[in-house]
Design a protein around this ligand. Structure first.
Ligand SMILES: Nc1ncnc2c1ncn2[C@@H]1O[C@H](COP(=O)(O)OP(=O)(O)OP(=O)(O)O)[C@@H](O)[C@H]1O
Ligand SMILES: [Mg+2]
Length: 260
């Protein structure tokens, strides 16, 4: 009898925990709808961002090479497209076929038309002919695309590659102007940016962006290496600043606890 009571109490506790989780998910969905946020679809992370990335925010997706920046951006785009949003992935770093292969390996559904090779665009599009720099070419392309399709999400892979091909006297001012153009176009932008650590951004792009989601590797004493994610900055959002372990399994990114 005593045992029965204890196991019932345990059951109630478990159900209460499940209810709390459901309530948190429900709250995050409500706030997403109310404020207009773009979800990352990283299970456990949107809740830490007040529901996701505020619409029309320009957010860096930064970190060292191999930290799954492109994979994560493909996942965010693919999942949002599935939810009815329109978006485009602009690439300069990696070929379209290589990105399609990444998406396929990760089990992500993405239409070939949603990935645009910026180099190719510059060669074939009218808009590129008398345009000055790469930022201008991209802005013109997005303006033209917006007239045809209701795109609201754009991924740019990557900022550092574009800046390395450009010869701006002030890369920071050029980047800031470009980010303003993206906001004026009412686009939520994920800007992939190679960054070795979270303190040094060559052209201070972290200061002119609305947000910065940083990915990195962390090694423990047993030399096991984990992929970590942290939101360094997200304007207009009460967010967690902690590091979380980022995992990928069965076509989904998810968090598993904070690093502490
Ligand atoms: N199914 C998978 N699960 C976990 N990790 C994977 C999986 N498939 C690939 N990876 C890892 O993802 C890495 C590459 O991811 P991705 O190209 O997205 O990184 P990136 O940060 O964009 O790199 P770069 O800076 O070179 O562009 C690979 O090195 C591999 O370690
Ligand atoms: Mg990449």
């Amino acid at each position: 009898m005593v045992e029965d009571k204890a196991s019932l109490k345990n059951e109630i506790k478990k159900m209460q925990e499940q209810l709390d989780t459901l309530k948190t998910r429900m709250d995050s969905l409500v706030s997403t709808e109310e404020e207009g946020r773009c979800r990352t679809f990283i299970r456990g992370f949107d809740e830490k961002l007040g529901g996701g990335i505020p619409n029309s925010h320009v957010v860096l997706l930064s970190g060292p090479s191999g930290t799954m920046k492109s994979s994560l951006a493909l996942s965010i785009l693919s999942r949002n497209i599935q939810e009815g949003m329109e978006g485009v992935y602009l690439t300069l770093d990696e070929s379209k076929s290589s990105l399609m292969r990444t998406a396929s390996n990760l089990g992500l559904e993405i239409d070939e038309g949603s990935i645009v090779d910026i180099g190719e665009m510059r060669r074939v599009e009218d808009i590129a002919r008398d345009a000055g720099d790469w930022f201008e070419v991209i802005t013109r392309f997005l303006t033209k695309t917006k007239k045809k399709k209701k795109i609201s999400l754009v991924v740019l892979d990557s900022l550092d590659s574009i800046l390395s091909l450009s010869s701006h006297s002030s890369p920071r001012d050029a980047t800031s102007g470009f980010f303003h153009s993206l906001r004026d176009l009412d686009l939520t932008a994920l800007i992939i940016d190679e960054a070795e650590n979270e303190w040094e951004y060559q052209d201070h792009e972290d200061r002119v962006a609305d947000g910065n989601i940083f990915l990195t590797f962390e090694m423990n004493l047993d030399k096991e290496v984990k992929l970590m994610i942290r939101c360094l900055k997200m304007r207009h959002t009460e967010h967690s600043r902690d590091y979380y372990n980022l995992n990928f399994e069965n076509g989904e990114f998810f968090l598993s606890g904070s690093s502490d």
